[in-house]
Design a protein around this ligand. Structure first.
Ligand SMILES: *[C@@H]1O[C@H](CO)[C@@H](O)[C@H](O)[C@H]1NC(C)=O
Ligand SMILES: *[C@@H]1O[C@H](CO)[C@@H](O)[C@H](O)[C@H]1NC(C)=O
Ligand SMILES: *[C@@H]1O[C@H](CO)[C@@H](O)[C@H](O)[C@H]1NC(C)=O
Ligand SMILES: *[C@@H]1O[C@H](CO)[C@@H](O)[C@H](O)[C@H]1NC(C)=O
Ligand SMILES: *[C@@H]1O[C@H](CO)[C@@H](O)[C@H](O)[C@H]1NC(C)=O
Ligand SMILES: *[C@@H]1O[C@H](CO)[C@@H](O)[C@H](O)[C@H]1NC(C)=O
Ligand SMILES: *[C@@H]1O[C@H](CO)[C@@H](O)[C@H](O)[C@H]1NC(C)=O
Ligand SMILES: *[C@@H]1O[C@H](CO)[C@@H](O)[C@H](O)[C@H]1NC(C)=O
Length: 911
């Protein structure tokens, strides 16, 4: 090969790989990725239209269900990947045959189901390796057996060959199936059981159940045919036409066997003769099912052969009469089912007095839907072991009104449960259940009882724990003594029972200190008294839904909201759905520390008071769906939602704005609690932009844009506040601020200061300003100081140099004076000249020089306000010692002079 050719070949190979891909990926399209569900080590491949066993399941599976597919053949190769299979279900496919090697490929196989396939021919070798198989179902295959097909199945305990058109029960000749416990041969065409048919089961000592139900032909039994299987415990003959005689024959064949249970349902057995069951006398029959036979007559003593029978069902028959001998001999019967057993036709069936007398061991008597004419004082006599009597939906006129005679025949029974539901009771007389002292459960629901319960109805029921009164068409009224005789009550169910109000004092429930469950739902209760649940300290479940309790909780209630839940400290579940509630009083849910479930759905709740749920520290489930809730705020729900394991709040018109929903949307996003319908049922109603969107779609980022606005808001608020405070300050202390401000400015800018003043030389100690009318006072009281103390004052009228310009001279001389004395009187204030110039100048002095540059001498009391108005001065502007008052009393004048000297001498005097 020359080089170019070799390169071409190599290229071609590589190209091939490139074009077709690596050969590993070239898998058959038949084995597309299977859709089997793998749970633990079991593969569920049902209903997948499979034509092959999927090859890509985990190799370690122990169970494989490929039923309801299109498997046509089963090669052991296809099962080879799963050698650990213990269960294999091949039912409802098109398999034609079973591979001999199946059990070799699957050595651990124990359960094999091949029902409803097309396996017609079954060869001896087919199961030859199936030694470990314990259950084999070949039902529905139209099997033809060849030879000893099952000979190898020494471990099989259950063999189902029903629905195969088998003509005989003879599955082989050799003894085989030595482990067999249940053989199902129903729905075949076996017409006769021949003497030796069951010989192949002679070694099957564990055979217990033989199911021969629904043969397509009339089945008959040859004498001795059941001898090989005398160990069976249960024979099922349902759906086979049985005459009285044939039944009798069957029972004879069963004589001496170990039979315990016989099922003879749907056999058309119309009458039982006295001797029908005679053959069973030598058996230990425990259970006999004669239901669904349309049986009309049972001869007296028919059951006398069954002394150990414990369970007898006569359900769904057409019996006309029970007599005192019908059940004769059933002394060990514990359960009798007469449901629908007596049928009303033209006349009512009759239950004779003492009919149940023989049933001394009977514990459960079921008479639901049974029609009978009357209950006499002896009807139930002799049932000395009866614990349960079920009369629900029974048709008996005597039950319309329960008198103190109705159940008197049960006086000797230790009855614990009496079910009288739906029996058209309209009234309960006093002492109705007087004879039933051991009763614990009384069911009276779905009746038409309409009366006031005085309590006497339940007289004598000293052990009663449960009354079911629900669904009595709301015709019952309670009274304070309604439950006085049943203080042991634990459960009281009165849904749809009461005529709408519960404002009774004292409460009818007061005696029920053991009560744990109370149902008062669907009663339209509007009025409820505050103390209605007083004393129910053991109440755990309270159902109040579908009432009208909005009235009780409204704040518009003239007496205030009715806190009827107080004291229920052990309450675990409270249901108050559909009560029209539009508010919950703040205190309403306090004092319920153990409440775990609260249901408030279907109300019209919209606004909640902050922390209304905060005290429910044990709450796990909260239901608030179908209310009017728009906003879910942290202040209301923060505490309660933190501990919740389930929240149901769907179907509310949520307002998806930052204020209303941001917190909730975030909570929903993060919570571990279960929130059913979260994806689809938490829908925004407003605003328009979120309308019909899920709350989960709410964008938390849209709320962050609010931050600058919030800052702005805070800023403006602060500014406004500061402004307000300032204006208040200015209004009331403005002068002070202004004054000190001026002082500060002057001092800092160094216009002048006290220190610099110290060094200055003054001509006068003080410039005296006074009103003309006060000249007298000045001369008498001030000028003498010049002589006595050596002060020198400047007085305008005395010291002014004539000719000097008036105003300039004033300013000039004030500057030359160390202090300015203002002699304050009303006159001075009214003197326009003083006001406008002198005082102004003085003020300047105060601000520019120092606060003790001016001395105010008050000759009369002048209000600060007037002082300021006229002179722009206030007492507080000056140092305290610079304000002196002329005393009224003469003797104080020296003290005045003293003060004045101090005021003038504050700083060093002019030398
Ligand atoms: C089966 O095998 C798979 C891996 O193929 C493994 O994850 C699984 O744990 C195994 N199951 C058992 C029950 O051994
Ligand atoms: C029966 O099962 C056991 C394990 O339980 C196994 O060792 C044995 O080989 C199986 N027998 C046959 C014949 O497959
Ligand atoms: C039947 O059982 C007997 C003993 O119980 C036994 O000896 C005999 O081998 C068994 N026959 C078959 C075919 O298994
Ligand atoms: C008898 O076999 C049929 C068919 O398998 C089944 O439907 C029925 O429940 C069985 N009866 C009893 C009492 O086991
Ligand atoms: C109840 O059955 C036992 C046998 O289990 C029997 O001895 C006894 O007599 C029976 N009682 C009645 C009242 O028939
Ligand atoms: C039963 O009720 C009637 C009145 O209806 C009364 O005369 C009689 O004394 C009551 N009997 C008992 C045992 O209470
Ligand atoms: C009620 O029960 C008590 C003890 O539980 C029992 O002594 C009494 O006999 C029973 N009453 C009747 C009527 O059986
Ligand atoms: C929910 O969580 C996702 C991812 O953690 C986040 O993108 C989304 O904004 C959250 N939504 C809310 C309403 O908090």
């Amino acid at each position: 090969m020359n080089w170019p050719a070799l390169i071409t070949v190599l290229l071609a190979l590589n190209l091939g790989d490139l074009i077709f891909g690596p050969s590993l990926c070239n898998a058959s399209p038949k084995f597309q990725k299977n859709a089997c569900r793998i749970r633990r080590d079991v593969a569920d491949c049902r209903h997948l239209k499979l034509e092959e066993i999927p090859p890509d399941l985990p190799g370690n599976i122990t169970g494989l269900d490929v039923s309801h597919n299109r498997l046509g053949a089963l090669s052991s190769v296809s099962l080879a990947p799963y050698p650990g299979l213990v269960r294999l279900d091949l039912g409802f496919n098109n398999l034609k045959k079973l591979e001999e090697s199946l059990c070799q490929t699957l050595p651990l196989l124990r359960t094999l189901n091949v029902q409803h396939n097309q396996v017609h021919q079954l060869m001896e070798k087919d199961f030859s390796h199936c030694l470990n198989l314990t259950e084999l179902n070949l039902a529905g295959n139209r099997l033809k057996l060849h030879g000893e097909s099952f000979a190898a199945l020494q471990s099989v305990t259950l063999l189902d060959l029903s629905n195969n058109d088998l003509k005989t029960a003879k599955l082989g000749i050799q003894p085989q199936l030595s482990s067999l416990e249940t053989l199902i041969l129903s729905s075949n065409a076996i017409s006769t059981i021949e003497l030796n048919d069951f010989n192949f089961l002679t070694n099957s000592s564990s055979l217990r159940v033989l199911n021969l139900s629904y043969q397509k032909t009339h089945i008959t039994f040859k004498s001795g045919c059941l001898k090989p299987i005398a160990g069976i415990h249960e024979l099922v003959m349902d759906g086979n036409k049985l005459s009285t005689a044939l039944t009798s024959k069957l029972c004879t064949e069963l004589s001496g066997t170990a039979i315990r249970n016989i099922s003879l349902r749907y056999t058309g057995l119309v009458t039982l003769a006295k001797t029908t069951f005679k053959g069973l006398v030598k058996t230990q029959l425990i259970s006999l099912d004669l239901s669904h036979n349309g049986m009309t007559k049972i001869d007296n003593g028919s059951f006398q052969w069954l002394p150990v029978l414990e369970v007898l069902s006569l359900e769904q028959n057409n019996l006309k009469r029970l007599t005192s001998n019908t059940f004769k001999g059933l002394g060990n019967l514990t359960r009798l089912n007469l449901k629908n057993a007596l049928l009303k036709t033209s006349s009512n069936p009759i239950i004779d007095d003492f009919s149940f007398q023989p049933l001394r061991a009977l514990e459960i008597l079921i008479m639901q839907y049974t029609a009978f004419r009357d209950i006499s004082t002896h009807t139930f006599a002799g049932l000395i072991s009866l614990r349960q009597l079920h009369l629900g939906s029974a048709k008996c006129i005597a039950l319309k009104r329960i008198t103190n005679q109705t159940f008197v025949s049960l006086a000797a029974s230790p009855l614990q449960t009496l079910n009288l539901s739906d029996t058209k009771i309209s009234s309960l007389d006093p002492g109705a259940f007087y004879s039933l002292g051991n009763l614990t459960i009384l069911r009276l629901g779905f009746n038409s009882i309409s009366q006031t319960l005085t309590g006497k109805e339940f007289q004598g029921l000293g052990k009663l724990q449960e009354i079911y009164l629900s669904n009595n068409n709301q015709k019952i009224t309670l009274s304070p003594t309604s439950f006085a005789y049943v203080p042991t009550l634990i459960t009281l169910l009165m849904g749809k029972v009461l005529i709408g109000s519960l404002d009774l004092e004292p409460s009818p429930f007061k005696p029920l200190s053991n009560l744990s469950i109370l149902d008062l739902s669907n009663n339209n209760i509007a009025k409820i008294s505050r103390g209605i649940f007083d004393g129910l300290e053991n109440l755990k479940v309270l159902k109040l839904q579908h009432n009208n309790l909005a009235q009780a909780w409204t704040s518009f209630n003239p007496r205030g909201p009715v806190m009827f839940l107080k004291g229920l400290c052990n309450l675990v579940a409270l249901e108050m759905d559909s009560n029209g509630l539009d508010e919950i009083p703040l205190e309403a849910l306090r004092g319920l520390p153990n409440l775990q479930e609260l249901s408030l759905s279907g109300n019209v709740l919209k606004h909640f008071k902050d922390s209304v749920f905060d005290h429910l520290s044990s709450l796990r489930v909260l239901r608030l769906q179908k209310n009017e809730i728009t906003s879910v705020r942290k202040e209301v729900f923060g505490a309660v939602l933190a501990n919740l394991s389930q929240l149901v709040m769907n179907t509310n018109p949520f307002d998806c704005t930052c204020d209303s929903i941001l917190w909730f949307a975030t909570w929903l996003n993060r919570t571990n609690a279960s929130v059913p319908g979260l994806r689809d049922e938490y829908i925004c109603n407003t605003p328009l932009s979120y309308y019909n969107h899920s709350v989960l779609e709410f964008d938390p980022l849209s709320c962050q844009d609010m931050t600058p606005f919030q800052a702005l808001y805070v800023l403006t608020t602060t500014a406004v506040l500061i402004l307000m405070v300032t204006s208040f300050l200015v209004r009331f202390h403005g002068w002070r601020i202004q004054f000190y401000w001026n002082v500060l400015i002057n001092r800092t800018l160094g216009f002048s200061d006290t220190n610099s003043r110290e060094g200055r030389a003054f001509e006068y100690d003080a410039y005296v300003v006074h009103a003309a009318d006060d000249t007298n006072w000045v001369e008498r009281s001030l000028l003498p100081l010049e002589d006595n103390q050596g002060y020198s004052f400047y007085l305008q009228e005395r010291d002014a140099v004539p000719g000097n310009a008036h105003l300039d001279s004033i300013a000039e001389n004030m500057k030359k004076s160390r202090k300015i004395i203002l002699v304050v009187t009303e006159k001075l204030l009214n003197d326009p000249f003083c006001r406008h110039f002198t005082a102004h100048q003085a003020r300047h002095q105060v601000i520019e020089d120092s606060r003790d540059a001016v001395v105010l001498v008050f000759l009369e009391d002048v209000h600060d306000y007037r002082l300021f108005r006229h002179l722009r001065l206030r007492r507080d502007m000056l140092r305290q010692r610079c304000v002196v008052s002329w005393p009224v009393q003469r003797e104080r004048v020296p003290a005045f002079h003293q003060s004045l000297c101090i005021a003038l001498g504050t700083t060093s005097r002019v030398q």
